[in-house]
Unconditional design. Structure first.
Length: 59
């Protein structure tokens, strides 16, 4: 967390997945089992998505 914002940083870290070599890794944030939304709840997010080979951003 940085000034109330969640920050994930991509860093050089070679890794092989299913025979495919990737040069960087990142992280994940999960809110599973942290809270429950009701039908009237509203969720908003601003997400900056990087581009690059082997990056699979999802929200």
């Amino acid at each position: 967390m940085d000034d109330g914002e969640a920050v994930l940083t991509i860093r050089p870290e070679p890794k092989e997945v299913e025979g495919q070599e990737y040069s960087h890794s990142s992280g994940i944030i999960s809110s599973q089992n942290s809270f429950a939304l009701q039908d009237v709840d509203y969720v908003e997010a601003r997400v900056r998505v990087p581009s690059g080979d082997g990056l699979w951003p999802a929200f």
